[in-house]
Design a binder for this molecule. Structure first.
Ligand code: ADP
Length: 494
């Protein structure tokens, strides 16, 4: 990564952005805009359209028209594949611009953003481009006078609501399989991370995606997101974000057309370290990175460290050392390891969790405060709280910030019990050199993904989805395609 190129990109003014509806850039129907503040310094970057219900309805109507006239679904698979592959190439070719734009908007450190945002998004789009002409229907094992065919058909209009932590990566997790299967999409980015998604959508048009097949409407979740949820013309709603919003989306579906709703919600993922871990120093460094990169704003972050009694004090000391060695600062400096918290509101929420942890008997052994106030941006020191009981707020509720809770455990059974004592079930890890124990733990811990002797880094070939209140349905891998098709049976008398 070249710092001077990054600096040149960051110096670029950002023009005000409109919605993307029916292939055109359109302002809000009432002309309203929202100011975009950069978490790097708290300064205004540009404006985005503050969408109205009418805007959302127009985008859905455009997506519906594009689906009904088959301008995308009706193209031969090879043609759709070529468009998606071109899109991936354009994302790669514009990666630096996309990454810097996204970082100015959401505050992720560029060392992570470049790979995790445009890099990952291009890889995902390419993966589903390559997959789309390898998806077959089925012939059922019927009696000889019957031919039973199972068709996989696109569902129609997909609504996708995206969070602010990794807009391109998570956006591509929805867009890749939805578009590959021939659907039309309306995308609703987060208020504090719309810019890079809008730009990535422009590149889709440039790659040849027909107008109306991908629409982007910006604005408040409670207005345009709700209008999407309540629409009678959205067939499937896919979402990544908070549990509270997930609940609302299910209600909207019940109050409208019973659209299918797939939720990827928060986690409180246990990172479980046994005394027989192969390399405790490595485990400590990875534990710190697994919660503090992107300032903890990662749905699968290892936010609960469970440590076997025998090594607790030494291991915590090693994690503290690793945390204190991480560089917090300007997200656009290539050496920064922990960037900005996305918004001032989120920063205050993080600090509130620390106060609550203290009042419930926890001890802050490093961090716990806002730092770098002089920048005007939103930064927080990596924070470790020890002595957190399994029932404490910090062990139960997702912070979505750079705050690690530490809980000791005496035995494997206790580790499992504590690991499974939240309503969440998104991710987790176990560190041990005992192969049998590793497999036992993988089976016993309730989660969508369990890492062994590592944390994070699972690529697009494997699914990611939560269990319990962490959600339903998976992003990534060929399994994600199932969300974007309907099965249709043809029962033919011969
Ligand atoms: P977070 O706490 O990560 O910001 P949210 O669930 O509030 O999580 O936001 C994730 C996405 O959900 C954003 O795009 C946001 O605009 C959208 N959203 C928020 N509230 C609603 C709502 N009532 N209906 C639909 N979408 C919403």
């Amino acid at each position: 990564m070249d710092q001077s190129q990054i600096n040149a990109q960051r110096a670029q003014p950002i023009a005000p952005r409109h919605h993307l509806i029916d292939g055109k850039h359109i302002p809000a129907s009432d002309g309203a805009t929202m100011e975009v503040l950069s978490p790097i310094d708290g300064q205004g970057l540009t404006t985005i359209a503050r969408g109205t219900v009418r805007d959302m309805e127009a985008a859905i109507a455009s997506a519906r028209a594009a689906f009904e006239d088959r301008r995308w679904a009706g193209q031969p698979p090879a043609a759709r594949k070529a468009v998606l592959r071109r899109w991936a190439e354009l994302i790669d070719a514009n990666a630096l611009e996309l990454a810097v734009l996204g970082v100015r908007d959401n505050g992720t450190e560029i060392s992570m953003a470049l790979k995790a945002e445009p890099g990952s998004a291009a890889g995902t789009i390419r993966y589903y481009a390559e997959a789309l002409d390898k998806v077959y229907g089925e012939i059922a094992p019927t009696p000889g006078d019957i031919l039973g065919l199972i068709h996989k058909e696109p569902v129609g209009v997909v609504g996708a609501i995206i969070p602010w932590n990794f807009p391109l990566m998570i956006g591509a997790w929805k867009l890749g399989p939805a578009l590959a299967m021939g659907n039309s999409v309306v995308l609703k980015p987060a208020e504090t991370a719309s810019l890079s998604l809008l730009r990535m959508a422009d590149l889709a048009l440039e790659a040849g995606l027909p107008p109306g097949v991908l629409n982007v409407v910006t604005g408040e979740g409670a207005v345009v997101g709700e209008a999407m949820g309540l629409s009678m013309d959205v067939d499937v709603l896919v979402f990544t974000g908070s549990g509270g919003t997930g609940r609302r989306l299910l209600e909207y579906a019940g109050r409208s057309n019973l659209k299918r709703v797939y939720l990827e919600l928060g986690g409180k993922s246990p990172n479980i370290v046994f005394a027989d871990a192969p390399d405790l120093d490595e485990a400590a460094k990875v534990a710190a990175a697994g919660i503090f990169r992107n300032a903890g704003q990662v749905c699968v972050a290892g936010s609960r460290l469970l440590v076997e009694d025998a090594i607790h004090d030494d291991f915590v000391a090693a994690v503290v050392k690793a945390a204190e060695a991480m560089r917090v600062g300007d997200p656009l400096d290539v050496t920064t390891q922990i960037g900005a918290v996305n918004s001032e509101a989120q920063l205050h929420q993080n600090l509130g969790f620390v106060e609550t942890a203290l009042s419930e008997g926890g001890e802050v052994v490093t961090g716990g405060t806002r730092i770098l106030d002089e920048t005007g941006g939103y930064y927080m020191a990596p924070t470790i709280v020890t002595g957190v009981t399994p029932e404490a707020t910090l062990a139960q509720k997702e912070v979505f910030g750079p705050v690690l809770s530490v809980t000791p455990f005496p035995t494997e059974d206790d580790a499992i019990r504590i690991a499974n004592s939240t309503v969440h079930g998104l991710a987790g890890a176990v560190w041990t050199s005992n192969l049998s124990r590793a497999h036992r733990m993988v089976r016993a811990v309730r989660a969508g993904v369990i890492h062994v002797n590592t944390y994070g880094g699972a690529d697009g070939t494997v699914p990611l989805g939560g269990v319990g209140q962490s959600g339903n349905g998976s992003d990534k891998s060929l399994h994600a395609l199932d969300k974007y098709v309907d099965l249709k049976t043809a029962w033919i008398k011969l």
